[in-house]
Structure formats: C-alpha cells, structure tokens
Design a protein around this ligand. Structure first.
Ligand code: SAH
Length: 347
C-alpha cells in the first residue's frame, strides 16, 4: 500500500484533486502529515475523505517501538515498520541543535567487517516516506511541529547504504528540505557512503547542497579490502577521483570517516599514507575510535593513540578531529541494538 509521506506537495495535490476534493485540502493534509498525524488525529478534514484515503493509503509508516536514553542525553530509537520489520535511529544533542541519525535500509548488503548493520544482510530498501517518517516521528516525540523544528541536522548514518537505495534517498533529501514541509536545510544534512563510485557521480548532478561523507577507513586497498568488500569493486584511487569530481561540481567540502581499528589502520605509517592521499583536497577527516561489535573480533584504538593519529594528520595540514563517542551505554553504534533485539527474539 502506498504511503502518503512518499508524496511531495505537488503529487499530493494531484491526488487530492483526483479524489474529487478541493485543492485547498492539500495544505491541511500535508501539514497534518508533516506533523506525523494519523487519520484519527486529523480533525480539520472531512471524515469521508479521510476514510477514502485510509482505504488506499498508509498515513504513518512506522511507530516508535522502544526508546533508550543514554546518560549523555543521546536517545536511541527502535522503530517498527508497518510490515513488522524494525530499524533503529539515534538522536544526539549538541550545543547548536539536535542531530538525528536515520536508516535508509532494513539491514545492509555491503558487508563491512566492523559494522553490525550488515550482520543479517539486506532485508529491503526503505521508501522515501519511511526515511522521512523517522525525522517527523522523532520531531513529534520531542514536542516539535513541522514549523517549530526540534531537529536541526540529519546524518544518513544509520543502517543501510544510502547510495544502494539511490532513488528513494534522493527523493527523501528533496522531501525533507522542501520549503512546504519540515524544511531542514540541505547544508545540515550529511550523506555517508562506503563508496559507490558510479552513484557518487550521479549524486553530483542532483544539484543538492548536502555534505558527502566517505567511509574510507584505510589509506590503501591492501588494508581496505579485508574490512570493506566494496573495495574489491572500486579502488581507493577511483574513489578519491570520484570525490574530487563531486567537489568540483558541488563546491561542497567532503568529509572522510576513518574508524580507527587497533593494529589494522592506526599506525603513523597509515596516517602519513592518508595525508599523501588527501593532500590538496578540500576535506576534513573524522576519526572514530571503533565501537566494538560483540560478533566481531576487531578492537578499538585507544583514545590516546587516536589523538596521536589526529596530530600527525594535522601536522601535515590535513584537517582532522576525533569524534566524541556518544551513547555507548545504549549500544549507539550502527545496527548493534537491532542485532541484539533480533537475536533475543523480542520482535
Ligand atoms: N553505509 C554508510 C552509512 C552507514 S554507517 C557508510 O558506510 O558510510 C555510518 C558510519 O559508521 C560509517 O562510516 C561506518 O563505516 C561507521 N561504522 C560502522 N560500524 C562502526 C563501528 N562498529 N564503529 C565505528 N564506526 C562504525
């Protein structure tokens, strides 16, 4: 069944007219949907219209199923989709606002060795409306409205590979930044990819102002291949070239994610190789101490070593910071909580 959140304002207007209603009903319906109301919560539309709609379309594609609050204020959400699948998301509070981390797929098929999202493979893609629903539902949970936002930033860093669900993700980016909707600035949205080179080139042509984040995690293919299967398809050389093309087209500074894994990619030689690779690029390196996943035997780098790695990059004029870890006590890392819940057969 189609989901009304998959529709842009213009598409919804066509639908309203097709169903024999007056055009002005579109704004009422669209506003209610952006405030994540279901048909029983909408009071300003004719009952008969709502009933007709409900027979053909879904209103809210997911519900909050569980919620965990960390000591540091981070909130982990587990959502249940209408088909019974579960996905997760995280809300992080910073001085400048609230960032929500959204999932783009149920599971993932990229197979990165350090990531829990990929443990059960890909189940299915999320629709644009299902990705948008995560933002609208949490905004509502925080007491926000579409025109009184409690969410300021979005990162596409939950489970799934965004560029492996390209059309739905691009549609989501347009819906969530639409002036008629919750209108989150594209400049406050980061899309993280393990590096699907062909899709990076497509994305560059979309005329979006988002920040592209590349999960690099290694300075060469020799180290990258054993942990990231995508490296067998696209070499680092091809990935860096695509990233440069993206920058030349969009003029948006690119961010590289580099998860530090003990004795795998955290030596000074790696830092030096990375500096050479990124020399001259307009970019920033986000160093993330590995969030250890029980099912894997990879170990995290110590914070001391992470800062030494950062200093080494900075000394070579590569902008780098170590990311603050948040929500560790609530299994904040990608896919960990979903994996645990599925294992315990809670769903
Ligand atoms: N598929 C996308 C987005 C999802 S993951 C991508 O690969 O970019 C978001 C980021 O968290 C990625 O950089 C990913 O490599 C990283 N990540 C995944 N598992 C992690 C873990 N256990 N510890 C630290 N970072 C992890």
């Amino acid at each position: 069944m189609d989901n009304l959140l998959d529709y842009s304002y213009e598409e919804l207007e066509n639908l309203v007219v097709q169903m024999g209603e007056k055009k002005f009903r579109t704004t009422q319906l669209y506003t209610a949907l952006q405030n994540y109301k279901n048909e029983t919560e909408i009071t300003n539309l004719p009952k008969s219209f709502l009933q007709n709609l409900r027979q053909k379309y879904e209103f809210c594609p997911l519900q909050i199923y569980q919620k965990y609050e960390s000591r540091d204020g981070t909130i982990k959400y587990i959502y249940k989709l209408n088909d019974g699948n579960i996905i997760e998301g995280v809300l992080m509070s910073y001085k400048y606002g609230n960032t929500i981390c959204v999932s783009t797929q149920v599971g993932c098929r990229m197979g990165c060795k350090f990531c829990a999202s990929t443990l059960g493979g890909l189940v299915r893609n999320l629709s644009a409306g299902e990705i948008l629903a995560q933002v609208l539902c949490v905004n509502k949970d925080l007491g926000g409205l579409y025109n009184d936002r409690k969410i300021t930033n979005i990162v596409l860093m939950g489970s799934g590979e965004p560029l492996d669900n390209y059309d739905n993700v691009v549609k989501f980016l347009r819906l969530v930044s639409s002036e008629k909707g919750i209108n989150i600035s594209q400049r406050n949205i980061s899309l993280s990819t393990c590096g699907l080179v062909d899709k990076i080139d497509l994305l560059a042509q979309e005329d979006l102002q988002i920040t592209l984040t590349i999960s690099l995690h290694a300075p060469n293919d020799y180290i990258r291949k054993p942990t990231m299967p995508i490296a067998n398809k696209y070499s680092i050389k091809e990935l860096i070239s695509a990233t440069k093309r993206y920058f030349n087209k969009t003029k948006r500074r690119v961010v590289f994610e580099y998860t530090l894994i003990n004795n795998v990619n955290d030596t000074f030689e790696c830092a030096d190789e990375l500096s050479n690779l990124l020399k001259g690029m307009s970019c920033h390196v986000n160093l993330i101490p590995l969030n250890e996943v029980k099912e894997r035997d990879l170990k995290a780098t110590t914070r001391k070593r992470a800062y030494a790695f950062m200093d080494r990059l900075n000394s070579k004029n590569i902008s780098a910071t170590v990311r603050r870890t948040m929500g560790e006590d609530i299994e904040g890392a990608c896919g960990q909580l979903r994996a645990k819940i599925l294992k315990e057969n809670k769903v």
